[in-house]
Design a protein around this ligand. Structure first.
Ligand code: SF4
Ligand SMILES: [Zn+2]
Length: 288
């Protein structure tokens, strides 16, 4: 097949897939205020671009965790992309919100004998800020760029850790029940593989870096990713089959955990929390 028709094929395939996922799972409506959580990487940039192309008028939001040159480059890329595509962008930062960069936070925790991976700290604090600002900005939905491979990894991780409650929260629409303080998160790239996103992003020449975050070393997700990649070579569609299985049990899982779920807010900051004090306040308390 000539190169140009290959390119046209992948563009059409990815865009149709996103459009179908939105329709099938009722992820978004045109009149809603949609915020896309952008990292400056290929996935969230593709999600932002496609939603804009499909007429959803998305806004972008990014969290600067101050991970050296990695963040500087990603920030530059997302600013360039939003300017080129006339998309409003909100930048929030760890330093302004918490007083420290991610790396400094990690070293302060280590001094206090708390050994958390960068990804754990980053994930908790980033989710906290995204939800808080999505609410402040009156967003109806918060879109993330998770793709099929990310999601299959999360399913396996939660299964292997027997964390069924976390597993129940996964899916194209995250969460179990609605909460007035929790902005609904949706994943329009849910059925698109990592390779398809790379092909799409390269075909579109997005200003993105394909270099992984330097803090993503030795984390559990990477180990699962390596294993799934090996399986995929022996048995293509492994990740797709994991997602198919997960979606077949997801309604039952959601029902099971919905009944025992109570809405709780952090005693300290009043943001959503499992119980007592939220994870962000727990982490910040440990560096004091
Ligand atoms: S790889 Fe980990 S540390 Fe790096 S941005 Fe992602 S969650 Fe944060
Ligand atoms: Zn809190």
């Amino acid at each position: 097949m000539p190169k140009t028709s290959n390119k046209a094929h992948i563009l059409r395939k990815v865009e149709n897939n996103v459009s179908n996922t939105i329709r099938k799972f009722k992820l978004l409506r045109k009149q809603e205020k949609i915020l896309v959580a952008c990292s400056g990487g290929k996935d969230s940039t593709a999600a932002l671009y496609i939603l804009n192309k499909l007429g959803y008028s998305p806004h972008a939001i990014t969290v600067d965790a101050a991970i050296g040159n990695y963040t500087k480059q990603n920030l530059k890329n997302i600013k360039t992309f939003c300017k080129q595509n006339k998309i409003p962008l909100k930048v929030i930062s760890f330093r302004e919100e918490f007083g420290y960069s991610l790396c400094y936070l990690k070293s302060l925790l280590k001094q206090n004998k708390i050994h958390l991976t960068s990804c754990t700290i980053c994930g908790v604090l980033r989710r906290y800020l995204l939800n808080k600002y999505a609410r402040k900005l009156k967003a109806d939905k918060l879109v993330t760029g998770h793709n099929l491979d990310d999601e299959a990894q999360s399913v396996v991780m939660n299964l292997l850790k027997n964390n069924l409650e976390l597993l129940a929260r996964q899916g194209p629409i995250t969460g179990i029940s609605k909460d007035k303080k929790f902005v609904q998160r949706v994943k329009p790239l849910y059925f698109i593989t990592e390779q398809e996103v790379i092909q799409y992003s390269k075909a579109k020449k997005f200003p993105v870096s394909y270099i992984p975050c330097p803090c993503r070393v030795g984390v559990y997700r990477c180990m699962i990713n390596e294993q799934l990649t090996k399986h995929e070579k022996l048995s293509p569609e492994t990740s797709k089959n994991i997602i198919k299985w997960f979606l077949s049990v997801s309604p039952k899982l959601k029902t099971k955990f919905k009944s025992s779920k109570q809405q709780n807010y952090c005693k300290n900051c009043n943001e959503p929390a499992k119980k007592g004090v939220c994870m962000t306040c727990q982490i910040l308390a440990k560096i004091k």
